[in-house]
Ligand binder design. Structure first.
Ligand SMILES: Nc1ncnc2c1ncn2[C@@H]1O[C@H](COP(=O)(O)OP(=O)(O)OP(=O)(O)O)[C@@H](O)[C@H]1O
Ligand SMILES: [Mg+2]
Length: 1022
């Protein structure tokens, strides 16, 4: 282990250890600018940046603000391991990194449940977009997720290449410059899982579609399509591969960029489109191609100043790609519609007007498609569950811009930066009034802010410039940029931060031309050229062109150009007003969140690694307001840290706080600093933080800790190693012994088992005892799990030979047990039912054909309702009698008569409606005869000598088994029931007999048969 230098990398503490060492500090500077001794010196600030940049330490803090210098080379500090290092680690515990800021923001969101935002600013090429991508990647990799949410993470990441293809371009300052402002919300659920996202886009630089400065390109997508699209696709779109053939791509004379592979990027974009839910690829590509064809549409001038299109074929293809009518498009490109006194007139455009109408269409088509694209991405990122989500917003927006020629775009961009500058100001104010510490501090920086910011903001606040532009654009007749400048002079000429050539004094006049106005921004002076200002603000598209586009059968375009827009006579808002309004909304969004800042710095204009251009950096430090930031942060105290963090870090330096402090945190810190010999003026204890005034106090403490760790690490390492070796060898030996013992036991077991199997048929002896016990045990175990569950279940596991007898005992016991349990559960009514069924079974089982069918049918207490029995009969016999409808056959002639048979306890009666026709005393009953077939005939035999009795009763009933069983039971004459297979003889009168013959037939029939017999035909049942 080397003590100095970058290799000192113990368990993720690399930079901290190294950077805090005094010698290393000289070489690599401080990791937080608040620790700079001379915090007022810009030179010291820049020197610190330079030192760190030289050592590839591109990140440095100013308190909680992260300053990042573009390395222009790939550094190995973005790996997954690095992400892990920063997870859950306190901000100051470890070297500055974009991951530390991301992690801190994430944790603040989760623990404080407050929405957060990360504002990334810096000039073009400073690394804003790269920083925002790194933050997103950090969240995608480290946040908890599930399958569904992994898709969302993918979409969040994949939306980037698509947006970059359509919204980024090569400029002189950056090969992949974002030509739009982007604010992205990532939504997290209560578990901290990313569950949704939303993008807001600002001010796409549409003028780039039709014009590019020398050395710059149009938006990447055009070149990607031409380079990466396959031949068939290009033929369909009627395109040629060479970008030089398209006028909208040749202005900058820069078709290729060495750092960009359009072909590969095309593949990436095509892969990303389906991930973010695109199905309209074809329509989208038609639009891209149509813009290129539009650029190649050329005009000729007629003799009367009118214009006509010279590139007819091009226009036909164009109309096809746009999905509009060709002649309507031609007409709209060369004429304009005017409304005068309520009447519509068509007037031809001159050459310049036609060119500008064509360019306006190209810009509108591209610009609106871009907005549609963002909407589409938003749909795919839309949050599914709305409850309880927290948000981290990422703002990647153009930094303050000062070009050689500044126009409308720079005006808007710089206005935006003025507004954003408000945010740290508000935050600084919040920190300044930290209770108990800052009461006496100076407000130098604050005053600087107020002095610079407030008066200028008034210019923007009353929005005089933006409002004024709208007025100027709306003035009737020809408007011109110069009259706009004059109007500006009249309105805001007296403002100290506004200068024009006319208003300037002699010295300044030389640097402000007649077509310029100069604004003194918070970040410096900027001259704006008014040429083209009004046109860009106007951003007007002729009405007839809008009408044509509304009718497009390309769904993306018909979505972008709404019919209402044509019908609505109201003037659309000017670009500056739109921008101002969306900016206001953005400010509201940002103000409602807890902000963190990333300030990006570009080290050189040549996009080269290792080059640090001091002039360029100084300029950025100035307009990013970094010195002001530092001054506000250092107003009073250089360093602040929460008590627990301070104590945790420095507790080894004091015997009372090592290894753990058990009292109040503030007392622990107090004990620690007393032990360290801090003087009263060097520090202050706040409510939850310690504030240290001078960096050197902290450095001395750091160095002391460094030394302690160094000693500790050496001693500990040796002792630790020895202890580890002893424990390791002891542990391994014990494990090996255990394993050997288990193996021995297993072998012995197998041996006994095999021997037992061989002797299994012998008497129980030592050789087979283990095996037989095992077999018995297994049988009983198996039996326990497979005992029959009901009395009807006759299954039983097969026992081993030695347990056959025991098994049979067990089976019987179990069956008896089940029967007892079953009987206990039987209710009285059920018992009665069963008893009758048992008697029925004794009488009829295997004797009568209809018996099996009757088994499943319950015997009822009566087959007649109370209402069905005559009241007089009830009064005579009493209620609760079993009654059933029967047919009685006359003994002579066998005439059928319907009767009710009622059973009392001692006799039965046959009732004819109201009259009791026959009484059958049970005591006198000689017998009951039933046929063996499935019919319902039965005969009650009565004594013939008894004159009171009317002789045998020949009856038929559909419930013959039930009636006969009940009758036999009540009369206590079950043994008197005879079942006769062929015929029944019965007594008609004294000495005279009748006969009933039974035969089988297709259906039941009772009729008089041959020889005066009663013939009963029974149905065959089976
Ligand atoms: N952390 C980094 N590591 C390596 N290279 C970087 C890093 N940051 C930026 N770069 C390089 O700088 C280039 C410009 O960065 P980026 O596109 O992020 O700038 P920007 O600030 O977004 O500019 P613009 O305002 O024009 O969009 C990148 O293409 C990349 O090559
Ligand atoms: Mg960018």
């Amino acid at each position: 282990m080397r003590y100095q230098g970058r290799e000192v990398d113990i368990e993720g503490r690399v930079r901290l250890v190294m950077e805090s060492a005094l010698t290393a500090r000289d070489r690599v500077g401080v990791q937080d600018f608040v620790l700079l001794e001379n915090y007022n010196s810009e030179a010291a600030f820049i020197e610190n940046l330079r030192r760190r940049f030289r050592e590839n330490l591109i990140y440095t803090y100013i308190g909680s603000v992260l300053v990042s210098v573009n390395p222009y080379k790939e550094l190995e500090i973005y790996s997954k391991q690095q992400m892990e290092r920063y997870r859950g680690v306190s901000f100051y515990e470890i070297s500055p990194h974009i991951y530390a800021l991301s992690d801190n923001t994430y944790r603040a969101m989760r623990t404080e449940r407050k929405d957060q935002c990360i504002l990334i600013s810096g000039e073009s090429g400073a690394g804003k977009t790269e920083a925002s991508k790194k933050i997103l990647l950090y969240y995608a990799v480290t946040c908890p997720t599930n399958d569904h949410m992994a898709i969302l993470g993918d979409r969040l990441l994949q939306s980037n290449p698509v947006l970059e293809a359509f919204g980024n371009a090569k400029t002189l300052r950056n090969d992949n410059s974002s030509r739009f402002g982007k604010y992205m919300d990532v939504q997290f659920d209560f578990r901290g899982t990313p569950v949704g996202g939303h993008i807001l886009n600002y001010l796409l630089e549409k003028s780039r579609v039709v014009h590019q400065n020398h050395g710059e390109r149009n938006f990447h997508i055009f070149y990607q399509l031409l380079d990466g699209g396959d031949d068939d696709l290009l033929i369909t779109l009627d395109l040629e591969r060479n970008p030089q053939n398209y006028r909208y791509l040749v202005k900058g004379n820069c078709p290729r960029v060495s750092s960009i592979s359009d072909k590969n990027n095309w593949k990436v974009v095509m892969k990303a489109l389906p991930v973010i839910g695109f199905t309209e690829e074809e329509k989208l590509l038609n639009i891209i191609a149509s813009v290129l064809h539009l650029g190649n549409t050329q005009f000729g001038e007629g003799e009367e100043g009118d214009t006509y299109i010279t590139t007819e074929t091009q226009t036909s293809n164009l109309a096809k790609l746009l999905g509009v009518d060709g002649s309507a498009l031609r007409e709209a490109l060369t004429h304009k519609k005017l409304t005068a006194k309520g009447e519509e007139m068509i007037s031809p455009l001159n050459y310049e007007q036609a060119v500008s109408a064509r360019d306006a269409l190209a810009k509108a088509v591209y610009g609106r498609t871009f907005t549609w694209l963002v909407e589409k991405i938003n749909q795919s990122l839309a949050l599914k569950v709305h409850k309880d989500s927290s948000v981290i917003g990422l703002l990647d927006i153009y930094g303050f811009e000062v070009l050689q020629q500044n126009s409308f775009e720079q005006f808007c961009i710089n206005y935006c930066n003025e507004k954003l500058q408000q945010l740290p100001f508000v935050e600084a104010q919040r920190h300044h009034f930290h209770p108990g510490v800052y009461n006496n501090c100076q407000f130098i920086c604050l005053t600087v802010y107020i002095m610079l910011y407030v008066p200028l903001s008034r210019v923007f606040k009353c929005n005089s410039v933006a409002v004024f532009q709208d007025e100027e654009c709306l003035r009737p007749g020809e408007t011109c940029d110069v009259s706009f400048l004059e109007k500006l002079e009249d309105t805001v000429g007296s403002h100290p931060h506004f200068i024009t050539h006319k208003l300037a004094n002699g010295k300044t006049r030389r640097v402000v031309s007649r077509e310029e106005f100069r604004l003194l921004h918070y970040a410096g002076e900027v001259n704006y050229n008014v040429n083209g200002f009004l046109d860009k603000n106007n951003d007007l598209l002729n009405r007839n062109l809008k009408e044509v586009m509304c009718q497009s059968d390309n769904q993306i375009l018909s979505h972008c150009f709404r019919r209402e827009e044509v019908i609505d006579q109201k003037r659309p808002e000017m670009a500056a007003t739109q921008f101002k309004n969306s900016l206001m909304k953005l400010m509201e969004i940002l103000m409602s969140k807890e902000p963190s800042y990333v300030r990006c710095i570009k080290p050189n204009d040549a996009k080269q690694p290792g080059r640090f251009d001091e002039v360029l950096v100084r300029h950025q430090v100035k307009y990013l307001g970094l010195m002001e930031n530092l001054r506000v942060r250092r107003a009073g105290f250089a360093y602040r840290r929460r008590f627990e963090a301070f104590l945790q870090r420095y507790k080894p330096l004091c015997p009372e706080t090592w290894p753990n402090w058990h009292g109040r945190l503030v007392d622990g810190v107090s004990t620690l600093v007393n032990h360290l010999g801090y003087k009263a003026e060097e520090y202050k204890l706040g409510r939850s933080k310690i504030f240290i005034r001078f960096p050197k106090t902290l450095f001395t403490t750091e160095d002391a800790l460094e030394y302690k760790i160094f000693l500790g690490v050496n001693v500990c390492t040796c002792v630790f190693r020895c202890v580890v070796i002893v424990i390791q060898s002891g542990w391994r030996g014990m494990k090996a012994r255990r394993r050997a013992k288990r193996r021995r036991q297993a072998a012995e077991l197998i041996r006994r088992f095999i021997k037992g199997f061989i002797y299994r048929h012998e008497e129980y002896c030592p050789e087979n005892e283990y095996f037989l016990d095992h077999v018995r045990y297994s049988f009983l175990k198996n039996l326990r799990q497979n005992l029959p569950k009901s009395v009807l279940d006759k299954s039983w596991p097969t026992p081993p030979p030695s347990l056959v007898e025991a098994s049979e005992h067990l089976r019987r016991l179990h069956m008896r047990n089940m029967v007892i349990k079953y009987c206990r559960r039987v209710q009285p009514e059920w018992k009665k039912q069963m008893m009758q069924k048992v008697v029925a079974s004794e009488i009829f089982k295997d004797q009568k054909d209809s018996y099996p069918l009757s088994v499943g049918r319950l015997f009822l207490d009566s087959r007649l309702e109370r209402e069905q029995i005559n009241l007089k009969v009830i009064q005579t016999l009493g209620s609760d009698k079993y009654g059933v409808s029967v047919i009685k056959y006359d003994r002579r002639g066998f005439k059928p008569r319907p009767r009710q048979l009622l059973l009392t306890n001692t006799f039965a009666v046959l009732v004819d409606r109201t009259k009791i026709k026959q009484r059958i005393d049970y005591a006198a009953l000689r017998g009951i005869s039933v046929g063996s077939l499935s019919d319902g005939m039965f005969v009650l035999h009565m004594p013939t000598e008894d004159n009171k009795q009317k002789g045998d009763a020949v009856l038929h009933c559909s419930h013959v088994i039930e009636v006969v069983t009940k009758l036999a039971m009540m009369a206590n004459k079950t043994s008197y029931v005879n079942i006769n297979p062929g015929s029944i003889r019965f007594t008609v009168a004294r000495g005279k007999e009748g006969i009933i013959d039974f035969i089988r037939g297709s259906e039941l029939k009772v009729a008089k048969g041959k020889r005066g017999h009663l013939l009963v035909v029974s149905q065959r049942l089976f």
